[in-house]
Design a protein around this ligand. Structure first.
Ligand code: URA
Length: 438
């Protein structure tokens, strides 16, 4: 007679540092989703994993067991289909630029994005600041837009990876979020269930990121690439700096306006650079360019030629949004009623701009959520006047707060001043790409 599987035994084995079998991992995931394994046993196992870690095979098994816990989407296996995912940061509006950019160069992107939670923003909230934009598309509508426009960004729909929803909620309240194995399998399960076959990951490292230190971010990047490879995906991970916000705008409508400027070829420099780097890997994975260098040349020409902006307009219009946002974003997007400026008190060079502090401020102004059900004010946020390495004169604007009320604007401006560190000596602009793992 075979003995019945015991969750207690699995918890004990992981607690003692042993690798879990494929069968144990499947039993755990299935049992937790079915409600047969209670929260206290799952919590104990997550804590054991937090301390003991998962090897590559265990991570892949966990990823696949979670991916299979709900619907598995399957796209026509067109080699041009490629996806992109960021682990989240402050001012990260890359998807708004890179999706239409690579689509204009021949790739096909069917992207599912999330909403902001905590100090980091979400692509869906940003897009919803465009009047009329619909992030919720039925499967037929989603497929039609993929075929006709080659670019779609929609919210996650259907019963995709229920295991991750449940396990993530439990990790959030048991201090087990920041584990490389658990993050890697959570992210990759959603990408695999969403039908991705080729994927570029932007793994953020620094003050405003999940992984504050570079080594941990590289470890996470390696783990995700390894899982992807074992699951048969083409994956490249780029580890990028998130010590200061990306670009200058932080806040939903403000970021859309900045993305439109970038699609017009008007920068900001770091945002354009990151979009070209990620886009080059996407185009190469999709087989549309022999090397990232050649892909980059093609993308630069599509950006300068206006085709990327035109593709953005088509994508937005196809999803019900006001396409005039591509011409006159400031007339179409909601603007906050009050502005307050933070000015430099002394001359110098910007040494750092604390991304976490700026992200928290934008959230406190009403631009983010503390809980999933919170409403967001799409118009508020912060626009940086100076970034790391730039020289400032006394009285020069370091940042502008966009707020609902004068009191909120003044309070935020006072706090924002503390997010800037000004040096008396010149400061070199920081590196954006820290490492590439493929
Ligand atoms: N993002 C995810 O999707 N999962 C994690 O565990 C962390 C960040």
């Amino acid at each position: 007679m075979t003995r019945a599987w015991s969750p207690v035994e699995t918890i004990r084995r992981k607690r003692d540092g042993l690798a879990l079998t494929t069968e144990e991992i499947e039993n755990i995931v299935r049992g937790y989703v079915d409600g047969r394994i209670p929260d206290y046993q799952m919590s104990a196992l997550l804590m054991a994993i937090f301390f003991r870690g998962l090897d590559e095979r265990e991570m892949t098994d966990l990823t696949m067991a979670m991916a299979r816990s709900g619907d598995m989407l399957d796209f026509v296996d067109d080699a041009r289909v490629v996806d992109k995912h960021s682990t989240g940061g402050v001012g990260d509006k890359t998807s708004l630029v890179v999706v239409p950019l690579v689509a204009a160069a021949g790739a096909v992107v069917a992207k599912m994005s999330g909403r902001g939670l905590g100090h980091s923003g979400g692509t869906i909230d940003k897009l919803e600041s465009i009047p009329g934009f619909r992030a919720s598309l039925g499967p037929e509508e989603f497929r039609r837009q993929v075929a006709e426009v080659g670019a779609v960004i929609a919210g996650q729909s259907g019963n995709l990876v229920p295991a991750d929803k449940l396990i993530y909620a439990l990790r959030d309240v048991t201090a087990t979020v920041d584990s490389v194995g658990l993050i890697a399998s959570s992210v990759m399960s959603k990408k695999i269930a969403g039908g991705a076959r080729r994927l570029v990951l932007d793994v953020k490292a620094g003050r405003g990121a999940f992984m504050t230190d570079r080594e941990a971010a590289v470890e996470l990047a390696r783990a995700m690439v390894a899982i992807g490879r074992k699951a048969g995906l083409g994956v490249v991970a780029v580890v990028t700096a998130m010590d200061q916000p990306l670009g200058r705008a932080v806040g939903n409508a403000l970021e859309v306006a900045e993305a439109v400027r970038c699609l017009r070829g008007e920068g900001p420099e770091d945002l354009e650079e990151l979009c070209l780097v990620l886009g080059s890997h996407m185009l190469t994975l999709a087989g549309l360019a022999p090397t990232p260098g050649e892909a980059r040349e093609r993308l630069s020409s599509v950006l300068r030629g206006g085709q990327a902006l035109e593709r953005f307009r088509r994508m937005v219009s196809a999803q019900g949004g006001d396409g005039r946002v591509a011409d006159r974003p400031e007339e179409v997007l909601a603007a906050a009623p009050v502005r307050a400026e933070v000015r430099a008190e002394r001359p110098g060079w910007v040494r750092s701009v604390d991304a976490l502090a700026v992200g928290r401020l934008a959230m406190a102004l009403g631009g983010g959520r503390h809980r999933k059900e919170d409403e967001v004010d799409l118009s508020v946020g912060v626009v940086l006047g100076a970034k790391v390495g730039e020289r400032v004169a006394p009285g020069e604007v370091l940042a502008t707060v966009h707020a609902r009320t004068a009191d909120q604007a003044q309070e935020a401006a006072a706090e924002l001043a503390a997010a800037f560190d000004i040096s008396g000596e010149p400061v070199a602009p920081p590196a954006l790409v820290l490492e590439t793992v493929s």
